[in-house]
Design a protein around this ligand. Structure first.
Ligand code: FAD
Length: 405
């Protein structure tokens, strides 16, 4: 028995569904399967690190937004917000489940060119048509609402303060895992080292321990390592680990109101973190794929890139002290930074749940539900996720999502 209570050996020789990776996507799928009255199968989740120390989920900034440029991504986040704010009811009115709220300080996208201002105007139409409460703000309107910004270069801003801001995605993940296990999903500690394929069918997986387990359907929820696991089945997946840096800092002169998650034209973002502290994030200009074990900090990035951008935008942040910093990996989809989900077109019982780049946490309720629908019915019953299917990768046709962070 592993320290976390996970067993190290599967109790059965074969399962209807095997999920590789037991962080937020794997656990969401497992939970939604247990919640689907039409699913009566057995489920095994295989997780290499039950402490979840290095996964994307553990390094996230945990924010949710409605400001996407495709209606489907807006709808996915809307379901995420609804699911999260009704978590206890969704989990069978389990009184142990906390009552969770979104801290809706909003995302504020700032445009410093007419070209990007037009993108914000186009996005507004998509978002409002989907029911999001996005508003455009002129530089003067931004100054009225948030006097601390330097708006000298700002052409236009876009903000939504309804169901947009911080949410506690990791608590939602913990409850999915806990309730899924209580409902009979088996979690084992182990690393998938090989995938067993006969022709166009996956028959099972072999763990690095040597144990072999059969499966009816296999889900790839291995985050930034997704291409490595897909390769074990002879499949190429355009997903790679890319470093993203996060900093929590205290300000000598804190702001007198909540700081929206501000998307600066420099690519740096900064937001409210509570108690006079703020969270900033970004990445280096050179942004290569890294080894999945490489979490080395770039020590010059804060001084040379992140803090100058933050202090230029918010001059009140001229004196700050970094309290905490970390590196996390995006599972970066190199085609279009969007989800890759559903079955492989040839190997139909190999299912992708990958490539979420910087928005997987908020998408996890809708994606887990959709994956459970596919596993149960071979089709979608709520949101149609076929635009995210692997076929677009083969065709080289990206989803044109213009609000990527
Ligand atoms: C710095 C940062 C900030 C972010 N901010 C946001 C945000 O504000 N909002 C948002 O919505 N999203 C955000 N994201 C993205 C979000 O965190 C991810 O999309 C999401 O956590 C992905 O979850 P996952 O389960 O797919 O992957 P992971 O959390 O990486 O989990 C994959 C799991 O698979 C396991 N695994 C890998 N290989 C194997 C194997 N061979 N055998 C068994 N197990 C294996 C790993 O141990 C891991 O636990 C952010 C990400 C980062 C890095």
């Amino acid at each position: 028995m592993a320290a976390t209570g996970f067993t190290t050996t599967p109790s059965k020789s074969t399962y209807d569904v095997v999920i590789m990776g037991g962080a937020i996507m794997g656990s969401s799928t497992a939970w939604f399967l247990t919640d689907n009255p039409d699913f009566n199968g057995s489920v095994l989740v295989i997780e290499r690190d039950p402490n979840y120390e290095f996964c994307s989920t553990a390094h996230t900034n945990s924010c949710i937004r409605q400001q996407f440029s495709t209606a489907l991504n807006v709808q996915i986040s809307q379901f995420g917000a609804d699911f999260y704010t009704n978590l206890r009811a969704r989990m069978g009115d389990d009184s142990r489940v906390p009552d969770l709220k979104i801290r809706s300080f909003g995302y504020l996208y700032l445009a410093d060119t007419d070209c990007f201002a037009n993108v914000l105007r186009d996005n507004l139409k998509v978002q409002q048509a989907a029911g999001a409460a996005t508003r455009l703000l002129t530089a003067d309107q931004i100054s009225d609402a948030y006097p601390f910004y330097n708006v000298d270069d700002v052409v236009l801003g876009s903000i939504n303060t309804v169901n947009e801001g911080y949410f506690d995605g990791v608590t939602m993940f913990d409850w999915w895992k806990r309730q899924a296990r209580e409902r009979g999903v088996e979690y084992v500690q182990g690393e998938v080292g090989a995938i067993n394929r006969q022709g166009n069918r996956i028959t099972g997986v072999t763990l690095k321990s040597g144990a072999t387990v059969g499966c009816g359907q296999l889900v790839n929820a291995t985050g930034p390592r997704a291409a490595i696991t897909a390769r074990m089945a002879g499949l190429d997946l355009p997903v790679e680990p890319r470093k993203r840096f996060t900093y929590i800092f205290a300000a000598a002169h804190p702001l007198d109101r909540d700081l929206p998650l501000t998307i600066d034209p420099s690519g740096v973002h900064v937001r409210e973190n509570g108690g006079g502290t703020y969270m900033a994030g970004g990445h280096a200009d050179v942004d290569p794929a890294v080894d999945p074990t490489d979490f080395a900090m770039d020590h010059g990035l804060w001084e040379n890139h992140i803090w100058p951008a933050v202090a230029t935008r918010i001059p009140q942040f001229d004196t700050v002290k970094v309290q905490r910093e970390w590196v996390g990996h995006y599972a970066y989809n190199t085609l279009d930074q969007n989800a890759i989900m559903g079955p492989h077109p040839k190997v139909g019982n190999f299912l992708f749940l990958n490539g979420f780049s910087g928005h997987g946490l908020q998408q996890s309720p809708a994606m887990g539900r959709a994956m459970a629908e596919w596993l149960t019915h071979g089709g979608y019953r709520t949101l149609d996720m076929t635009p995210f299917h692997f076929d677009r990768i083969i065709a080289g046709q990206p989803i044109l999502e213009r609000a990527i962070i």
